[in-house]
Design a protein around this ligand. Structure first.
Ligand SMILES: Nc1nc2c(ncn2[C@@H]2O[C@H](COP(=O)(O)OP(=O)(O)OP(=O)(O)O)[C@@H](O)[C@H]2O)c(=O)[nH]1
Ligand SMILES: [Mg+2]
Length: 314
């Protein structure tokens, strides 16, 4: 996450490349709309509506966007493609702007405890590792808690991130009680004046009530010595799951009170529009987005550059 890279527009390029499938799907849906070969009329509106739905923008957000654009088109206020493109970009940015919030670890609480939750394979552990690199680079002291005691390779995967960042990993191995691992990690961090605990958890389907209850227990145990912990509960969402992300957000939020989102794998999908659906459904800060597997591919979320990269010049 170097400044140089930002100045050189490096991430914007990667973001643009990452969003190319979704952009392609939008562009195909709206035909020649933005190329200026079409009269902007109600047919175009319908095409736009369908294209938004196809890229997983969702019914609620699509309705909002169309409710704003339709009267303006009917009044001929948006009668050329440049004006329509700009109006669409403004609408999309306005939907996402409230979700922009920098991820700051709470310096009042020592340790600041961050819990990672999500369905299987969403990208929790790699996101945790990337955030660990980011925080280490800022000079924070960390402990990683291997709270995924379910999957055989989970502890080793976290330990690898620990080695890479020269950060201690608290683990008890496969089959151990997840809540007890996390409790130990928080207690050990507190005793040593460590700044941040990043706690991994096992992936679970949001509809499995018993597994969600287990996750609530992990959360409750964290609050035993400090009622304000965990200070952040990050739900990691794979953008490729499309509209299912809404139910993931609902059910994880009910179980553990989600404080922010990380949306990964925007690179592999034509469903990046799901960010708008999330914004319309249950607006939570999107702290980071992921557009690839590398450390540099996880970045703070910025609504304007996301929309600019998404629309490109269609
Ligand atoms: N293309 C791409 N791959 C990603 C991204 N984020 C994570 N991945 C990959 O997704 C795969 C799964 O990531 P994990 O971090 O192991 O996922 P997890 O949620 O911890 O999985 P479980 O612990 O099994 O539930 C890995 O191969 C990651 O490299 C992303 O933004 N883009
Ligand atoms: Mg994992």
């Amino acid at each position: 996450m170097s400044d140089e890279d930002d100045k050189g527009g490096g991430f914007f390029k990667r973001l643009s490349k990452g969003l190319s499938k979704t952009r392609g799907s939008l562009a195909a849906g709206v035909g020649n709309l933005i190329l200026g070969e079409k009269v902007i009329d109600e047919d175009v509106l319908e095409e736009l509506e369908t294209a938004l739905l196809l890229t997983d923008v969702g019914v609620e957000a699509t309705d909002k966007i169309m409710a704003s654009l339709t009267p303006r088109i009917k009044r001929k206020q948006l009668n050329n493609t440049v004006a329509l493109h700009a109006a669409l970009a403004d609408e999309l940015k306005a939907l996402l702007a409230p979700l922009e919030k920098p991820f700051c670890v709470d310096t009042e609480s020592k340790p600041c405890v961050v819990m990672f939750v999500g369905v299987n394979g969403a990208g929790k552990t790699t996101t945790l590792g990337k955030i660990a690199s980011h925080l280490t680079a800022q000079g924070r002291s960390l402990v990683l808690a291997a709270g995924d005691t379910f999957r055989a390779a989970a502890v080793e995967q976290l330990q690898e991130w620990g080695h890479r960042n020269a950060v201690e990993v608290i683990a008890q191995g496969q089959g151990a009680d997840s809540a007890s691992v996390v409790f130990d990690a928080v207690a050990s961090a507190r005793a040593r004046g460590i700044d941040v605990v990043l706690a991994d958890t096992a992936g679970r389907l949001q509809a499995k009530a018993n597994l969600m209850e287990e996750l609530s227990k992990v959360k409750r145990v964290m609050a035993r010595d400090d009622a304000s912990a965990p200070h952040e509960v990050l739900l990691v969402l794979d953008a490729g799951t499309g509209q299912n992300a809404l139910s993931q957000l609902d059910l994880f939020d009910q179980a553990v009170g989600v404080t922010g989102l990380v949306v990964t794998k925007l690179d592999g999908t034509a469903k990046a529009g799901v960010l708008f659906a999330l914004a319309a459904r249950n607006p939570k800060p999107i702290y980071f987005i992921g557009v690839g597997e590398g450390i540099e591919d996880l970045r703070p979320f910025d609504a304007d550059s996301f929309v600019d990269a998404l629309l490109g010049n269609l």
